[in-house]
Design a protein around this ligand. Structure first.
Ligand code: SAJ
Length: 428
């Protein structure tokens, strides 16, 4: 330990570029182990928030960790990169929803922004989930920007700069735990690149640091994990459609089939949301469009599920009106339970539940009640279409009940009167 309490290490300064859902928790982990961390983000507001010791994202235990790391002086944020021993790039890799092609401009910009402050001996790690070949592309950008330095793609083990891809694999909601406990896949451009990256991650990773044969393999590992889950959820979602047609309880079916020692089907739902599983499989498809049939079809099955749920609601509404000839469409009340993209979180982004509620709200002439215990105000997408109400109010008043998210608070509740469309098996 040095006089100022900082660790004496080959990594005296660690720079994390991109202070979002992955970058900020990762930067905070290093800082919590008493390493000097400079977080870099292009958003000035984000930088100011972090420098006040506050957070701009919701993740259990992150706020306390950031507060103490900033207060102790181990973590500072800036809009411009500074010299460091290791650079971790954790910027978004969105995709164009229309043509499903990845947008690598954030990674390119991050590489260009750190290039001027690189010096011999530095390690650059790409953490962002990326199509195969992106780490090599980043290495080429760095080499173009800094012709005075040598890079592994040209100089192998003798290069000035070490480069690796080490994909993040943590589950939103459990990030602070999984950052420490998960195994880490390390895809260095050379064995020494992998070794240096492993030494960096061992600062806080208690899981194993496993070396892949190179960055391309590591990139594909991450995409494969999320595609595996997407394909398995698509299988469950397709079963839910087949079962609905044949009047079979899909949850009973899956739980019985899963009693087989070699069967492990995931759960159906209203669709697949979030920023990872609904996006990453397209990175495989975009690089191998003629081969990735199953992966593409799984995406299409999961993306089609919200519309199927909306169609079920429309059919239930028509049936309700046919059965209650004295009531007009204006008198019907529909309740949606849950808006988040998965249970027990407050994240509504890329949420199939929100998409469904919005669709129902737009064509409903009656009343739409929404129950979402994790928010206090309805998102803009529902403004004017719906009313946020407590669970009991919806449960009591609605004619049609649409269960969209299996929040713990909903489980074990009594099955309401009226028509039920249960996408999560809560009221089986
Ligand atoms: N879902 C189902 N049925 C299931 C499981 C999930 O419909 O049986 C739905 C959820 O409701 C949600 C979506 O899938 O809408 C995704 O949720 P998730 O919990 O499966 O995954 P994410 O997106 O929160 O996090 C995933 C994780 N990947 C894997 O588990 C393979 C996480 O480890 C990754 O780090 C993360 O993606 C990421 O950042 O890539």
């Amino acid at each position: 330990m040095g006089q100022d309490g900082l660790r004496i290490s080959e990594f005296e300064r660690i720079s994390v570029v991109g202070l979002g859902y992955i970058g900020l928790p990762t930067a905070t982990m290093f800082a919590s182990r008493r390493y000097r961390v400079i977080g870099v983000d292009v958003n000035e507001k984000t930088v100011r928030t972090i420098n006040r010791g506050e957070v701009h994202i919701v993740e259990p235990d992150l706020d306390i960790a950031v507060r103490s790391a900033v207060a102790a002086g181990y973590l500072t944020a800036s809009t411009t990169p500074e010299a460091a021993d290791a650079f971790l790039i954790a910027v978004p890799t969105p995709f164009d929803n229309g043509n499903h092609l990845p947008d690598l401009s954030y990674i390119d910009a991050a590489a260009r922004s750190i290039a001027p402050v690189l010096s011999p001996g530095n390690l650059v790690v790409l953490e962002s989930t990326s199509p195969v070949g992106t780490t090599e592309r980043m290495a080429d950008i760095l080499a173009q920007e800094r012709p005075d330095l040598t890079f592994p793609q040209n100089n192998g083990e003798e290069s000035d700069i070490r480069i690796a891809h080490c994909p993040e694999r943590v589950l939103p909601g459990k990030v602070m735990l999984e950052l420490v406990t998960n195994d880490r896949v390390i895809g260095g451009m050379t064995p020494r690149c992998s070794e240096l990256a492993s030494r960096l991650y061992r600062i806080f990773v208690a899981g194993e640091c496993i070396h892949a044969s190179g960055p391309r393999a590591a990139e594909m590992v991450k995409l494969t994990e999320n595609s595996f889950r997407d394909v398995n959820i698509a299988f469950a979602n397709e079963l839910s459609l087949i079962c609905a047609r044949q009047d079979i309880d899909v949850w009973e079916l899956i739980s019985l089939a899963n009693r087989h020692p070699r069967v492990n089907i995931l759960q159906p739902g209203p669709g697949v949301g979030g920023h990872c599983i609904a996006v990453d499989p397209w990175f495989i498809v975009s690089n191998a469009p003629d081969e990735a049939h199953l992966i593409r079809t799984a995406r299409e099955v999961n993306d089609g599920k919200p519309q199927w749920v909306v169609d079920q609601v429309r059919a239930a509404l028509a049936q309700h009106l046919a059965a209650h000839r004295d009531s007009t469409p204006h008198e019907v009340t529909i309740a949606c339970y849950g808006l988040a993209f998965k249970p027990d979180i407050d994240d509504l982004r890329e949420s199939p539940a929100l998409e469904i509620a919005q669709s129902i709200g737009q064509d409903l002439k009656g009343r739409l009640l929404v129950v979402e215990p994790f928010i206090s105000r309805l998102p803009k997408a529902l403004a004017g279409y719906a009313t946020l109400v407590p669970f009991e109010a919806a449960h009591e008043k609605a004619d049609i009940h649409v269960m969209l998210v299996d929040h713990s608070a909903f489980k074990g509740s009594q099955v309401p009167d009226g028509t039920i469309i249960d996408t999560r098996g809560v009221w089986r």
